[in-house]
Ligand binder design. Structure first.
Ligand SMILES: [Zn+2]
Length: 284
């Protein structure tokens, strides 16, 4: 049953009714995550109410990418990515490569990924991760799509690999950037885009990002929730412990604007323009 916006707002804590000053694009929402299975439609409706009007759903493996494409077919303003996360890189086979290639041909798919390197947890070995990542770089070249890249504790290796591929790929965003200054400037020197999440709102581990956020030109910066993960820590107390969702993206934009010394509306507008251009959303 489809609930109306009014009905939904009745059940929303006040802080969730915080509306962005300009339309936002959440470039990384894991809405195929099981925690959204029971109320996905309400989540999408709440995002719209908060002026988060466009969602790019992250496809982290074949199954989730296919589900993301299905949702993109059902709802206006929703798009999908299709890739294999470095955690699952050991699953990479030529058969999976063929399936991914077919997904990249779907009009709902706007990027190759999530793919990349995660040397923090090494759920797949580093060599398995590099093999799957390079195969997906090849798929990005074939399809002409931009890349949605995950990198954790692998900045040096990521920079080496992207340096080799930079002339062949069209564009790439390092999503949920959490690295250090040298790595950030390495990415910016390669003319890559940066995605920021609520990590910045975390006073325990995000403070170094607060000093770096002003180094990223607004033409290279995009915003994302990475929900249901990484609930921002700048939320009012009554929202603590809640599942993260796209309707909370305006809180992240507020934090970014604060640390950059920019107007919130200007950051909202600019990051959305950047996202629409990066994912070529106007052509869709
Ligand atoms: Zn990621």
């Amino acid at each position: 049953m489809a609930a109306t916006t009014d009905t939904l707002n009745d059940f929303l804590p006040e802080a969730l009714r915080f509306t962005a000053p300009a339309e936002l694009v959440d470039i990384g929402a894991n809405l195929t995550h099981e925690s959204f299975a029971h109320d996905r439609e309400a989540v999408i409706e709440r995002a719209r109410t908060a002026n988060v009007t466009t969602l790019v759903l992250t496809g982290t493996d074949r199954e989730h990418a296919e589900q993301a494409v299905e949702l993109a077919r059902q709802y206006a303003g929703i798009h999908a990515t299709a890739g294999v996360h470095p955690h699952d890189a050991s699953d990479w086979t030529s058969e999976l490569q063929t399936a991914m290639r077919a997904l990249h041909l779907q009009p709902e798919v706007v990027a190759v990924g999530e793919c990349g390197l995660d040397f923090n947890r090494n759920f797949s070995t580093p060599s398995e991760q590099e093999r799957a990542f390079e195969a997906q770089l090849g798929l990005a070249v074939e399809s002409g799509l931009p890349l949605f890249i995950h990198e954790r504790d692998a900045g040096r290796r990521m920079l080496d690999i992207l340096h080799n591929w930079r002339d062949d790929i069209c564009d790439a965003v390092i999503h949920c950037f959490t690295g250090e200054r040298d790595t950030l400037h390495g990415y910016l020197d390669l003319d890559l885009h940066i995605g920021l999440t609520g990590w910045l709102c975390d006073e325990r581990r995000g403070h170094h990002l607060r000093e770096l956020v002003g180094d990223i030109a607004l033409e290279r910066l995009m915003v994302e929730t990475d929900c249901p993960y990484l609930l921002p820590r700048n939320l009012p107390t009554k929202l603590k412990g809640r599942r993260h969702e796209p309707a909370l993206l305006p809180w992240i934009v507020r934090e970014i604007a604060y640390w950059r010394g920019n107007d919130e509306a200007a950051v909202a507008r600019a990051t959305s323009d950047t996202a629409r251009r990066f994912f070529r959303l106007e052509d869709r």
